[in-house]
Design a protein around this ligand. Structure first.
Ligand SMILES: NC(=O)c1ccc[n+]([C@@H]2O[C@H](COP(=O)([O-])OP(=O)(O)OC[C@H]3O[C@@H](n4cnc5c(N)ncnc54)[C@H](O)[C@@H]3O)[C@@H](O)[C@H]2O)c1
Length: 328
């Protein structure tokens, strides 16, 4: 029997994952209660086939995407389940109880959740099923972004971590396992720290919103597409590496204090108005396309291009940058 994958939830993330998994050769069953699921699945399957034909893939290398009538039908034969339903701490544990009751006894149950830990999702499950629950948190869109944060709960079995890492690698991703649960995981904690600083700089009148974006794109963003935080410090500290960096710059960086920060709508009013004036009130599709095109080019240069970073379907991208979803 071929390795089968279930995708539960076909919104922004679920559609992108379904495309990626099928493009990686898996047989994918998709369930979502949305009324247009048949249309969504047909669009995804057509896009996978067209993309494979454009890359001269053999039929045997190609997976498939099928519609499932229920959660139970989707997971019945699944070796790996990627749940991408709504970010609702009440709904996810119920959904996982349904998944665990109907899936094979050795299936791995991953959630795309950005904030809900596996321990909360699995807390009502029998220990044997809880050991197979894990967070597999992507960055949007997962068919393009290599990172998947694999976050085990204390009850998650070590082999579940290994199997999740292996599965995502088989789809061309670069998963990273966290040692333990922490709110926001790692990527969003880093993003959160930067987001708060950016907002306070604009709200306190230090710089305009588009100029702050120019600072990011023309310095840190460029550097961070090549090296990570610690590698950058090590390379920037002379022969003494990170120690040299800290001895030269660390003390003055430590004196940089926080500016006032107010994340309420009232506190954000100036930031909102500057961003909407610079980029339009509704995020543009052209903006999302430019973002993806540049990111794909960076992946190519880094040698992480190939099939999984290709421009894909209208069906996958239907909600990207439309303003209908929150993308981070
Ligand atoms: N959007 C992002 O940038 C992003 C990034 C990383 C992780 N995530 C996480 O991915 C998950 C999905 O986010 P999204 O942005 O795709 O949301 P979304 O609102 O676009 O999609 C959610 C989908 O779940 C479906 N759904 C509702 N009830 C369901 C049920 N009982 N069973 C199956 N499907 C059901 C909805 O019909 C909808 O299509 C969330 O947990 C979110 O935290 C989102």
């Amino acid at each position: 029997m071929s390795f089968s994958v279930a995708v539960i939830g076909a919104g922004t993330i679920g559609r992108s994952f379904a495309w990626l998994f099928a493009r990686s050769g898996y047989s994918v069953q998709v369930f979502d209660p949305r009324g247009d699921l048949a249309e969504v699945v047909a669009g995804l399957q057509a896009d996978v086939s067209a993309d494979a034909a454009a890359h001269n893939m053999l039929a045997s290398e190609l997976g498939s995407i099928s519609l499932a009538e229920s959660v139970e039908a989707a997971v019945a034969d699944a070796s790996f389940v990627q749940e991408s339903g709504p970010e609702d701490p009440q709904a996810k544990p119920k959904l996982f109880a349904q998944i665990a009751a109907a899936a094979p006894l050795d299936a791995v149950f991953a959630t795309s959740s950005s904030t809900i830990p596996a321990s909360l999702i699995a807390h009502h499950l029998p220990a044997e099923a809880a050991a197979r629950v894990i967070v597999g948190h992507p960055f949007n869109p997962p068919h393009l972004m290599p990172l998947v944060e694999v976050v085990p709960a204390p009850a998650t079995g070590p082999d579940t971590v290994e199997r999740a890492l292996e599965f995502y690698r088989s789809c061309g991703r670069e998963p990273v396992a966290l040692n333990r649960e922490v709110r926001g995981f790692v990527g969003n904690r880093l993003q959160n720290a930067l987001m708060k600083e950016a907002i306070s700089l604009v709200a306190n009148g230090v710089i305009s919103a588009p100029d702050l974006d120019a600072v990011m794109k023309n310095s840190l963003g460029l550097r961070w597409s090549a090296v990570g935080q610690f590698e950058a410090m090590h390379l920037g500290g002379g022969d003494a590496g990170i120690r040299g960096f800290m001895h030269h710059i660390g003390a003055s960086f430590a004196k940089i204090g926080d500016l006032p920060l107010d994340l309420s709508d009232a506190g954000m009013a100036e930031v909102y108005s500057q961003v909407e004036e610079a980029y339009g009130e509704t995020p543009s599709r052209a903006g999302a396309e430019a973002r993806d095109r540049i990111q794909r080019s960076v992946l190519e240069v880094r040698g992480q291009g190939g099939a999984h970073s290709e421009e894909c379907s209208a069906a996958v991208q239907a909600d990207q940058g439309s303003g209908q979803t929150v993308a981070w």
